[in-house]
Design a protein around this ligand. Structure first.
Ligand SMILES: [Zn+2]
Length: 357
């Protein structure tokens, strides 16, 4: 004999369950005795009830006194009772899938931005704390060696500029070494640990030794403040995130990431550039060189860019905004009364640099 699905009522005061009829409506559950159609009707508020599904059975706890219903799957009232007590509750995943597309996209973009922030900032910042100055120099040197394999060094200029730099205070922690590359492109960059690379193209835009001091001060600050190392760690961490997202979400995810990344990276690098300008000028003061040389350097680069667009890698990473020039100008004005007595050897070396063949 196969049992039909049953609806049993358990009363806390009554040890043996009773089979009942159930009806729902108006936020209530009405129970009546199955043996006696005119029997006593019990009424429970659905707001007081909770539901728990176990196996193929539903338990509906009717009140705080311990009365409950046990409903077998397949019972005609199973669905009515379930939805009366638990109106279409969904899992977080179900809820998310039911959201409109714009909301879903916003949530995904939010997740990407958080992941981006962790990979671009948190991990590199942690790595930055762990990496020692010696390790930093090793990383920078290996980059330097691989970069130099395709470059032609200007030996005479390199010798003169290094002598020029050795007469300046540029760094406390790092040994600053400069390499001049024979290249018309207007470019300069700093590598972690102490290497500065200048292209002859950028030297051509200068007509004053103070401008070279300004450039060296700016680049040395990128090294002193570990900006170069930060950018490198950030780039490494980002490429890792990019491959993670590519494998997980495909091209759409990586495009979203790219846009979030570009915007954030832009404001981040601007912050570093402002710091390099400011601390670069502080180094100029320390070397008793007039910081107005920074403004001269910037306007010189801007003019050269207007005349020769297209060969300006330095401008693309160092946009000469009016704001930067104004800031440099204000810094120089604030230090107008300071006495400037740059090492006279600097001018001699500068003349040698300009006169070299
Ligand atoms: Zn810079």
């Amino acid at each position: 004999m196969s049992e039909h699905p049953r609806l049993l009522f358990f009363d806390a005061n009554n040890a043996s369950p009773r089979e009942v009829y159930a009806e729902t409506g108006n936020g209530k559950i009405y129970l009546s005795n199955i043996d006696d159609q005119d029997g006593h009707v019990l009424i429970f508020e659905t707001v007081n009830a909770t539901v728990s599904a176990t196996g193929n059975r539903l338990f509906i706890f009717l009140n705080k006194n311990g009365a409950y219903l046990s409903v077998e799957a397949g019972h005609p009232s199973y669905h009515d009772l379930k939805t009366a007590v638990q109106p279409e509750r969904k899992s977080w995943f179900g809820k998310m899938m039911a959201l409109k597309w714009p909301v879903l996209v916003t949530v995904l973009v939010g997740i990407f931005i958080i992941a981006y922030f962790i990979m671009a900032r948190v991990i590199p910042a942690a790595a930055l704390k762990i990496i020692t100055t010696e390790q930093e120099a090793e990383i920078g040197n290996s980059f330097y060696r691989s970069l130099m394999t395709t470059e032609e060094k200007d030996t005479a200029a390199t010798r003169i500029v290094n002598e020029f730099a050795s007469r300046l205070y540029l760094s406390e922690k790092y040994r600053i070494r400069i390499t001049v590359i024979k290249e018309t492109e207007v470019n300069a960059y700093a590598l972690p640990g102490g290497n500065i690379v200048l292209y002859t193209g950028i030297l051509e835009t200068m007509d004053d030794p103070d401008m070279l001091v300004a450039l060296l001060g700016h680049e040395a600050t990128h090294i002193n403040e570990r900006h170069s190392l930060q950018s490198m760690l950030s780039a490494m961490s980002m490429s890792l995130l990019r491959s993670m997202i590519l494998s997980g979400f495909g091209d759409v995810g990586s495009i979203v990431l790219e846009h979030a990344g570009t915007l954030e990276q832009l404001s981040y690098s601007r912050k570093l550039e402002r710091e390099a300008d400011r601390k670069g000028m502080e180094l100029m003061i320390r070397n008793e060189v007039n910081p107005v040389g920074m403004k001269k350097l910037m306007t010189g680069l801007q003019e050269a860019n207007d005349n020769l667009p297209g060969i300006f890698s330095f401008i693309s990473t160092h946009p000469m905004s009016d704001e930067r020039i104004k800031t440099a100008d204000a810094f120089a004005a604030a230090h107008k009364t300071a006495t400037f007595a740059p090492d006279p050897e600097l001018r001699k070396l500068w003349q040698q640099l300009k006169a070299r063949k």
